[in-house]
Design a protein around this ligand. Structure first.
Ligand code: 13P
Length: 250
């Protein structure tokens, strides 16, 4: 039985005051959850503050990106050992904003996946199609290529101890959510595709939905067989909304 995970991707939002209130609210709210686990992914500079606040709680913490390099002359980069040093368990990789705004290709993302796994961190590996790709009926082809790039670099056991987030690009920050059926179809496809290579990993991998998930639509999405949680952007910045989404998964 796969556990439900609700993770917040705070993106480039926050201030010390806002982060303190938000993380304290999430730690408190998470104490009431019986089945759902939670995680938050703050901007790098707030990670020390957040892991100090989550210490001893069940709330996981992740980075939003990672360097493929271990250390050295890579100005502006942050390594896996650094985020581990500050208590992170997860790292989001391949978010569509990184792919489209910062030129991260499937190959770069597969390398990031590799260093995250090697460090013993759990990748939250984001995949998904653009609106143009959906309308051209190539969604499955796009997902397959994104998944296969990770298999190519990481081998047949790539999707052990990993979280996948299906985030249709057209649903991110747009208020337009995939219908529960559209999301379920994509999630089932992702699981079936992994099963062709490794059935055990396919059965165990948590596949989260991301894209305008909110307290109003979470319950129907989370009720789908292959939807194992959510990766929440905008609604993760308000304690009440984030905890309401968590409650919808209980
Ligand atoms: P929104 O929930 O703001 O649409 O963002 C989703 C997302 O990109 C999470 O990674």
């Amino acid at each position: 039985m796969r556990k439900t995970l609700i993770a917040g991707n705070w993106k480039m939002n926050g201030s010390t005051e806002m982060v303190e209130n938000l993380i304290n609210g999430v730690v408190e709210g998470s104490k009431k959850l019986l089945k759902v686990s939670t995680a938050v992914c703050p901007p790098y500079v707030y990670i020390p503050m957040v892991t100090a606040a989550t210490k001893g709680s069940a709330v996981g913490v992740g980075s939003q990106n990672i360097s493929t390099q271990a250390s050295g002359a890579f100005t502006g980069e942050i390594s896996t050992s650094m985020v581990k040093d500050f208590g992170c368990q997860y790292s989001i990789i391949g978010h569509s904003e990184r792919r489209t705004l910062y030129g991260e290709t499937n190959e770069v993302v597969a390398e990031k996946f590799k260093v995250v796994k090697e460090a013993g961190l759990i990748p939250i590996f984001c995949i998904g199609e653009t609106l143009e790709e959906r309308e051209s009926n190539v969604t499955e082809d796009v997902l397959m290529k994104q998944l296969d790039a990770v298999f190519a670099v990481n081998g047949d056991n790539a999707y052990a101890d990993c979280v996948i987030a299906y985030e249709p690009v057209w649903a991110i920050g747009t208020g337009k959510t995939a219908s529960p059926e559209q999301a379920q179809d994509a999630h089932a496809f992702i699981r079936q595709h992994i099963a062709k290579i490794n059935a055990d990993n396919a059965a165990a991998v948590q596949i989260l939905y991301g894209g305008s998930m909110n307290p109003g639509n979470a319950e129907n999405l989370l009720a789908q067989e292959d939807i194992d949680g959510g990766l929440i952007g905008g609604a993760s910045l308000k304690t009440e909304d984030f905890m309401a989404i968590c409650q919808a998964g209980e």
